[in-house]
Design a protein around this ligand. Structure first.
Ligand code: SF4
Ligand code: SF4
Ligand code: FES
Length: 258
């Protein structure tokens, strides 16, 4: 198959505003959307701002919205679109734009810092940790995350609701809480930290209504909703309605009041 000319609309602008700019650009066999953006930059718009690093789906920096869908530009083949189709490339909508296709994803780093780290178990040195293979496999899936923040961008809780950002950590970081809560060696509870309670009270787990949109856009194919968010919700609810836990917390509250 030979090359052809594609029609692109690329959002250009900054925090003060902007709009879509039209480009007619050459496409060759085997190219991805990031190649075309680079060609526009090289031949027509040298000041076009775009963030990327690996061009291999591993660094998570080339996230953008292509025809309204959050995607990695380097992993989106041109061949999935019709030759006549106009491709619209816009910056991630849930985060403030810096310039052109580059957004400020600082929200995600702030949320990452709010999740307390793994608490090492007392009396077990590094290298002495032992756990079941199925527990290893479970966290291995979550560890595939490349922090592209496509799930954070797509989640409707914050996508159109700036006001929810303070109370909601988003799927990527609720997944991190779930990973730590399922970790058999995490000694958070011995240190007085109940990750199920903080998931609800501090990371906004209750805002998630398990629509699975985050899972649908994850380029690593992580089953964020089914394997992290729903189990975390179940564990949090179990705790709330477990009569022994309820009685225990009442007694504790009474004895601390006395
Ligand atoms: S499943 Fe929950 S976290 Fe994921 S997109 Fe839906 S509301 Fe957001
Ligand atoms: S969970 Fe998936 S979509 Fe979300 S940041 Fe990680 S790799 Fe990206
Ligand atoms: S450039 Fe690294 S994920 Fe696309």
């Amino acid at each position: 198959m030979s090359g052809y000319t594609a029609h692109f609309k690329v959002w250009r602008g900054d925090v003060s505003g902007g709009g879509l700019e039209d480009f007619e650009v050459e496409v060759n066999d085997g190219e991805v959307v990031l190649d075309i953006i680079h060609r526009i930059q090289a031949t027509q718009a040298p000041d076009l701002a775009v963030r990327w690093n690996c061009k291999a789906g591993k660094c998570g920096s080339c996230s953008a919205e292509i025809n309204g869908r959050p995607r990695l530009m380097c992993m989106t083949r041109m061949s999935v679109f019709g030759r006549e189709e106009t491709l619209t490339v816009t910056p991630l909508r849930a985060f403030p734009v810096v310039r052109d296709l580059v957004t400020d994803v600082g929200f995600n780093y702030a949320k990452a810092r709010e999740v307390p780290a793994f608490v090492p178990p007392a009396g077990v040195g590094p290298g002495e940790y032992r756990m079941m293979q199925e527990d290893v496999d479970r966290s291995q899936e979550f560890r595939k995350c490349i922090e592209c923040f496509l799930c954070q961008d797509t989640c409707h809780v914050v996508r159109d609701h700036e006001e929810n950002k303070q109370a909601f950590a988003g799927p990527r970081f609720l997944m991190r809480v779930a990973e730590l809560d399922m970790h058999p060696l995490d000694a958070a509870s011995e240190a007085g930290l109940d990750r199920k309670t903080t998931a609800q009270d501090e990371h906004g787990l209750g805002y998630c209504n398990i629509t699975k949109c985050c899972t649908e856009v994850c380029p690593e194919g992580i089953k964020i909703t089914d394997n992290a968010l729903i189990p975390l919700k179940e564990r949090a609810v179990d705790r709330k309605y477990d009569p022994l836990v309820w009685l225990g917390s009442k007694i504790r509250r009474r004895s601390s009041a006395g």
